[in-house]
Design a protein around this ligand. Structure first.
Ligand SMILES: Nc1ncnc2c1ncn2[C@@H]1O[C@H](COP(=O)(O)OP(=O)(O)O)[C@@H](O)[C@H]1O
Ligand SMILES: N[C@@H](CC(=O)OP(=O)(O)O)C(=O)O
Length: 421
């Protein structure tokens, strides 16, 4: 069996969905295929805004209505028959979402991240229902499966951790029988706790969901359909000249994803590599084109890969009494970072100071400062960029650093990283 993952761009409007149906019937057939879909277009961002309003006690009705209109407009184009059950199902989901949001009025949000998961998850629920009915309309029989019942997680809201043993057992128990009859449509990004609450796996986590299903079903391949020709050596939205990798090994890919190549979620690779399941990154705009195959393979020389992370923050800590940065100090800093779920993108140690580069998050940074200000003198800069060049050469370094102020630089034999303003 195969797993296909369609992200936000591949379900962003009615013609994208028509294209999806064509890709499915041309490539996959009607059985032994599981589709993982993300929220439509930028719905997750939009729902984040709705949630921010509702959780702060502000009026969210316009923002919610805009989102409803966006989905309805797509449905109107795809289902001219206004009696179609999709209309009732959609209204039902928006009524449920409204109820969750309304609930924050009587019971104000005490756990922001928990509330976030209960709201933002509606993006994938809506899109998967629309895809399910639309494929049916196109004569492609399929079952809608609630991934929250299959991907069981702990309650680390917004970044839930998967209970692999439970998840694999239940997926193996239920899904192969369905797949033998018809294809499955399910949601990316979502999980569920053992007491029935919705969790999410981290932003852009649908690739990871697809890898979880592929792993648990021992899939012959995971196909991720994107708006690019495959995995390229840089984001084509930022770099004018890019090259496509025909084939890459898991390690190279996981490193690119880890450094911030947003085309693949970093957690996607491990489950696939553990079972040697190939990952194909393919263009939904040109489905018969080759794309990139990621598998057990090895290459001596790859062209430099450029990865850019915006909105970075460089923080430096030094002990107040001028003592050296010791393992004990580092332990204190790491504990605080871990508590606040601030991830280190780059770090550097010197005699009396320790510097880290993280994604900027105003609230979390403020909490970090509050936690550590008594023990350390802390300085920070925001609005920075982190550039990573894998398989660098002198030319590629010059290209990246030209005309920029370099705040911190680091290199290994294969990877060059620089924080710039
Ligand atoms: N190395 C890369 N190769 C290809 N695309 C990349 C790369 N780095 C970043 N991207 C960006 O990733 C985008 C596709 O990923 P994403 O927007 O997350 O898709 P979706 O949400 O539809 O799954 C591309 O449009 C491209 O701008
Ligand atoms: N919709 C979620 C999950 C996701 O993975 O989306 P996409 O496949 O469009 O990156 C998000 O935007 O974070």
């Amino acid at each position: 069996m195969k797993v296909f993952k369609f992200g936000g761009a591949s379900v962003k409007d009615a013609s994208a969905l028509q294209n999806l149906a064509q890709v499915v019937s041309a490539q996959g057939g009607e059985k032994e295929l599981l589709l993982v879909v993300s929220a439509m277009g930028k719905t997750t961002n939009a729902l984040e805004q709705v949630y921010d309003l509702a959780s702060a006690g502000h009026d969210f009705s316009d923002a919610l209505n805009q989102n409803r209109q966006y989905h309805l407009a797509i449905v109107h184009e795809l289902f001219p028959n206004r009696e179609h059950p999709i209309y009732e199902r959609l209204e039902h989901q928006f009524a449920q979402l409204q109820q969750v949001l309304q609930g924050f009025k009587s019971q104000p949000v005490t756990n922001y991240d928990k509330g976030y998961d209960q709201v933002v998850s509606f993006g994938e629920l809506l899109s998967s229902v629309i895809v399910h009915y639309f494929l049916q309309e196109q004569g492609i029989a399929n079952a809608w499966v609630d991934s929250r019942k299959y991907i069981q997680t702990d309650n680390t809201w917004r970044e839930a951790r998967v209970d692999w043993a439970w998840t694999e057992r239940v997926i193996k128990r239920d899904l192969p029988d369905i797949l033998a009859q018809q294809l499955i449509v399910t949601q990316g990004f979502l999980g569920g706790t053992n007491n029935g609450l919705t969790t999410t796996l981290g932003r852009e986590g649908s690739d990871f969901s697809a890898a979880i299903f592929a792993y648990c079903l021992d899939a012959e391949g995971l196909y991720i359909w994107k708006d690019v020709a495959g995995l390229l050596n840089a984001d084509p939205k930022r770099f004018a000249h890019t090259v496509r990798y025909h084939m890459l090994d898991y390690q190279e890919t996981v490193e690119m994803a880890y450094y911030g190549a947003s085309v693949i979620h970093p957690k996607t690779i491990k489950p696939l590599a553990n079972k040697s399941i190939p990952l194909y990154v393919k263009s939904f705009l040109d489905p018969t084109a080759e794309g990139t195959k990621i598998c057990d393979c090895r290459f001596e020389k790859l062209s430099p890969a450029y990865i850019v992370k915006d909105n970075q923050c460089l923080i430096s800590f030094s002990a107040k009494d001028f003592t050296f940065i010791s393992e004990k100090n580092l332990g204190t800093i790491f504990n605080a970072l871990s508590e606040l779920r601030l991830k280190i993108n780059l770090m550097q140690n010197s005699a009396i100071s320790f510097s880290i580069c993280t994604d900027y998050n105003e609230q979390r940074l403020q909490k970090l400062l509050d936690t550590l200000k008594d023990q350390f003198t802390i300085h920070y800069n925001t609005g920075l960029q982190l550039f990573t060049i894998k398989n660098y050469d002198n030319e590629s370094i010059q290209e990246i650093t030209k005309g920029k102020e370099v705040l911190l630089e680091q290199r290994t034999r294969t990877t060059f990283q620089v924080v710039c303003r």
